[in-house]
Ligand binder design. Structure first.
Ligand code: FES
Ligand SMILES: [Fe+2]
Length: 343
């Protein structure tokens, strides 16, 4: 079907907004500090004292399961002299959260239990020195944290996902895999938001899906991918989506992979893939990991080249395809709004 002449194409973001420390600092404040961030799932925290940590807009955040079964989030910052309470991405605290610097101990509810060897001090009231809470909400057992008091509830943001991903079962946590890419986080997200590149850089994926009919459309703050399979029982069949600004959701027949896109610096992005998978389906998980590694590798290589080219001084903001890059245009318009970029 012909598209007709249409409107002039939307221009991509200015290249001067990529790979620069001051822009990264601005996005930290205007985007990351206001967004919901997936830290993990309740089923990753089995016992009281099990914890997860994450970097959220440059602040370290800790989520810990309490003796009452509830999971709470705190800043991973000791109120004594700012030492870290936990120093690994996940783990278990025995009996209490113990600061790694001078050993103050806190309950899993965040109260100061003992200030180790502190000495007598008049007016020292432990109740005034508890951990600083962080806003946390759950959706289908997934734990989301935010530094914002005003962000709408996570359930509201995820409502379009509820409508399409109707089986609410979340399989047990299977494994975490991380990849580092030398690119601005925006270049990676933009790549994530279009299927236009599939026939060119993902031959394996292209053989499985009908990429001519690959579409990505926005439902609220969720970008929904649709890619018809070329055959039945395709490993790729399922639900793929992205939630503003840094979460990929990949639902497969026997599990789900949540992809946390983590901006590390102006030229570095880390991907944390969290796999939740039916333990009886180890073989399918192995197959999926192989395919996912191949596609990830193809995307990473391209994103690193694109980053170098965007920041190389030659490229000018190009036109976005009205047919394929609507979600990229949505992402960039939202960024312009949140960060105050012109255009
Ligand atoms: S900074 Fe935590 S005990 Fe001193
Ligand atoms: Fe890709």
């Amino acid at each position: 079907m012909a598209d007709g002449p249409g409107k002039p194409p939307v221009r991509a973001l200015e290249p001067s907004l990529y790979g620069r420390a001051e822009i990264f600092a601005l996005e930290r404040q205007t985007v990351f500090a206001k967004a919901w961030r997936l830290i993990g799932h309740e089923n990753m925290l089995k016992a009281a004292g099990d914890f997860l940590t994450d970097d959220l807009a440059g602040r370290s955040v800790l989520a810990v399961r309490g003796k009452d079964g509830a999971v709470r989030a705190f800043h991973n910052v000791c109120p004594h002299r700012a030492g870290p309470l936990a120093t690994t991405p996940d783990g278990h605290c025995d009996g209490a959260i113990t600061c790694a610097y001078h050993g103050w101990r806190f309950t899993f509810e965040g109260r100061l239990q003992s200030a180790r060897d502190f000495g007598a001090a008049e007016g020292f009231d432990p109740r005034e020195h508890g951990l600083i809470p962080v806003r946390m909400e759950t959706w289908r057992g997934f734990l989301f944290v935010t530094l914002s008091d005003t962000a709408p509830p996570i359930a509201q943001m995820m409502a379009p996902v509820d409508a399409s991903w109707t089986d609410e079962t979340v399989q047990p946590f299977a494994l975490r895999r991380s990849h580092t890419i030398r690119c601005d986080w925006k270049a990676y997200v933009e790549n994530y938001l279009e299927g236009y590149h599939v026939p060119l850089i993902h031959p394996g994926l292209d053989a499985e899906i009908d990429s001519a009919n690959y579409t990505v459309h926005m439902e609220g703050e969720i970008a929904v991918h649709r890619a018809p399979s070329r055959k039945a029982d395709n490993v790729y069949s399922g639900y793929w989506a992205w939630a503003w600004p840094w979460l990929g959701i990949n639902v497969y027949e026997h599990g789900v992979m949540m992809e946390r896109i983590s901006p590390v610096g102006p030229e570095e992005t880390r991907l944390d893939y969290l796999y939740f998978f039916d333990p009886a389906r180890g073989e399918e998980l192995e197959d999926m990991l192989k395919l996912s590694d191949a596609v990830t590798d193809e995307d990473l290589k391209m994103c690193e080249i694109v980053h170098r080219n965007i920041t190389g001084g030659v490229y000018k903001a190009g036109p976005l395809s009205p047919r394929h890059e609507g979600a990229v245009a949505w992402f960039q318009a939202r960024l312009r709004r949140e960060a105050g970029y012109p255009g």
